[in-house]
Write a protein that binds this ligand. Structure first.
Ligand code: SF4
Length: 88
């Protein structure tokens, strides 16, 4: 059951306050935060929880390193150039 640990409470070092696990498991476009293993391993078997509730594709999305702003900007520029070329 994916809601099993939703009401576990922990301190978020990223946000600087306490929150419940339900937030952590859905904050990343409906998937868990990429720090979920580090933050929750002392509270409950979070690795097992992730293995049981998410597909291998989800695991990739959850744990892929966040894109840097420079890379994101480069991608936006590339897409804009493509759109311009398509409209020429
Ligand atoms: S998993 Fe993410 S959102 Fe949740 S406490 Fe850790 S850093 Fe904060």
């Amino acid at each position: 059951m994916i809601e099993k640990y939703d009401h576990q409470e922990g301190y978020c070092r990223m946000l600087g306050h306490f929150l419940i696990f339900r937030y952590c498991r859905s904050v990343n476009k409906g998937l868990p935060c990429n720090r979920v293993l580090d933050c929750w391993f002392q509270t409950f078997p979070v690795e097992k929880f992730i293995a049981e509730n998410y597909s291998p594709e989800d695991h990739k999305k959850i744990f892929e390193p966040p894109k840097t702003k420079v890379l994101s900007l480069a991608e936006i520029l590339e897409q804009a150039q493509k759109r311009l070329q398509e409209n020429e």
